[in-house]
Design a protein around this ligand. Structure first.
Ligand SMILES: [Zn+2]
Length: 54
């Protein structure tokens, strides 16, 4: 499964679960590889741990 990483412009938190409540839908940067700068969203990390990251 290809992960997509999105970050709201002006933020340095990357999201990788489309069901994250903070998933950016406009005005975002997108990457297809794990970003090497910024932070990963804690909510996304929790979802991944629970197997609930879509
Ligand atoms: Zn997130």
């Amino acid at each position: 499964m290809a992960n997509v990483y999105r970050k709201q412009k002006g933020s340095d938190t990357w999201h990788f679960c489309r069901n994250c409540s903070n998933w950016p839908t406009s005005n975002y940067d997108e990457r297809y590889i794990k970003p090497n700068s910024g932070e990963l969203c804690n909510q996304c990390k929790d979802k991944e741990k629970l197997g609930n990251c879509h």
